[in-house]
Design a protein around this ligand. Structure first.
Ligand SMILES: CCCC/C=C/CC(=O)SCCNC(=O)CCNC(=O)[C@H](O)C(C)(C)COP(=O)(O)OP(=O)(O)OC[C@H]1O[C@@H](n2cnc3c(N)ncnc32)[C@H](O)[C@@H]1OP(=O)(O)O
Length: 390
């Protein structure tokens, strides 16, 4: 059970580094949970619909180990074995806590996470025919002929997790056959998106790094393919800074509207990585090789005005009127005959499709190698260390 728990919910390095190693002081320690209660709690855990977060998962892991094996009895993992080190720290921090108390604390903790205790705000009211199912990290709505796919992880600057990639692929497939005329991407909060969630690559045990890189490459290819093949006009409403993959993908969009507070940044070299989203092909075509090189090789960050001057952005709006102006315009566009919109897009894009798929495949293969490189690992370590104020 503990193994399954940690595979599904392995803690991100970022949070692991910040995990405050404290012993649990539950109010009901005087009570003693039976084996049956413990077993029930384990089953209850499997039914949780909401990820309880890494700190809680580490606590659960530690309590489970303490309850079943007693005090920590394994050698301390190396500093670089981040995940196992965090788990070991959590378990070791329980010291000589008796097995029975650990069992009770485990039961109490699971009980506090049960569906009835989950925040009801996570379950948004399903306005009839409007909101489509999905996690809260991606919100898909359909209204006025527009399907809107919104990144909704504002506290993490809308960084895209592995499950979000999958949900977006799913949302695009659904949008391609729904009743809407156009599909729009935007972000909730001050960022459009900070791109790939860097903890996607740190949530990995050392012996599965190659497999993770391979799986990420397959996922990325499928993700970008979904944009290449999307049959309806695709619009980006860039409400704030955009980083990494959400910038490179813009070459596959049909219109890009940006607030004047948006910026466009592709720091691939800094991250020991390389371009994706077909940008190695679309950017030189859009802005010429010299300007594309400045962005994709040297990581120059563009303002919205600069991105517009270089053809990556269709139009820039003052932040104060951005939302109103853009959505008014999009609602007008969405009233145009849907078949005509689709056919015109097809004419503009179809000649390029084969080439784009080939470019996507090549970029994903190259990236798979980059993710295994020392340069990339060092860059990820730097990000994590900076965030944990090490
Ligand atoms: C499987 C397919 C893979 C496809 C590959 C794609 C490549 C890319 O997309 S490369 C681009 C990757 N993104 C980045 O390098 C951005 C990293 N983030 C930052 O540099 C900064 O966070 C920021 C400039 C975006 C914002 O800085 P600011 O000081 O304003 O805010 P923070 O305190 O740093 O951020 C708040 C919160 O959000 C977390 N966070 C932000 N971006 C990411 C991210 N990309 N991955 C993971 N986490 C991110 C940040 O750590 C903070 O979290 P805490 O509050 O928990 O500290």
């Amino acid at each position: 059970m503990a193994g399954r728990l940690t595979r599904r919910w392995s803690p991100s390095l970022l949070q692991v580094l910040r995990f405050p190693v404290v012993q649990l002081h539950m109010s009901r320690t005087a009570m003693r949970a039976s084996e049956k209660d413990f077993e029930n709690a384990r089953n209850q855990l499997k039914l949780l619909t909401k990820d309880p977060g890494n700190e809680v998962k580490l606590k659960l892991y530690a309590l489970y180990k303490q309850a079943t094996e007693g005090p920590c009895n394994t050698p301390k993992p190396s500093m670089l074995d981040f995940i196992n080190k965090a788990k070991w720290d959590a378990w070791n921090a329980l010291g000589s806590l008796p097995k029975e108390t650990a069992r009770q604390n485990y039961v109490d903790l699971v009980s506090s996470l049960s569906p009835s205790s989950e925040s009801s705000s996570q379950v948004k009211p399903a306005a009839a025919n409007e909101k489509q199912p999905g996690s809260e990290n991606i919100i898909v709505t359909s209204q006025d002929g527009i399907t809107k796919i919104m990144f909704n992880r504002p506290s993490k600057k809308n960084a895209i997790t592995t499950s979000m990639y999958k949900e977006i692929i799913h949302a695009l497939k659904a949008a391609s056959t729904d009743n809407s005329a156009i599909t729009v991407f935007t972000g909730n909060g001050d960022y459009y998106s900070s791109g790939n969630d860097l903890t996607n690559f740190t949530d990995v045990s050392p012996n599965s790094i190659e497999e993770t890189a391979k799986n990420a490459s397959i996922l990325l290819r499928e993700f970008v393919d979904a944009f290449i093949d999307f049959p309806k006009p695709l619009v980006a409403v860039i409400n704030g800074p955009a980083v990494g993959i959400v910038v490179t993908l813009l070459g596959l969009f049909d219109a890009v509207y940006a607030s004047d507070k948006a910026t466009f940044h592709t720091p691939f070299s800094e991250l020991g990585q390389s371009p994706e989203g077909c940008a190695s092909y679309t950017f030189p075509k859009i802005m010429g090789p010299a300007k594309a090189a400045e962005m994709l090789i040297f990581g120059k960050k563009l303002t919205a005005g600069e991105a517009c001057a270089q053809g990556l952005v269709t139009e820039v709006f003052p932040e104060s009127t951005f939302q109103k102006e853009v959505w008014t315009r999009l609602k007008t566009y969405a009233k145009l005959p849907t078949n005509s919109l689709r056919i015109s897009k097809e004419l503009i894009r179809s000649n390029e499709k084969e080439k784009l798929h080939a470019v996507n495949a090549e970029e994903c293969t190259v990236l798979q190698g980059r993710w295994l490189s020392e340069e990339c690992m060092n860059a990820l370590m730097n990000f994590m260390s900076r965030k944990s104020k090490l």
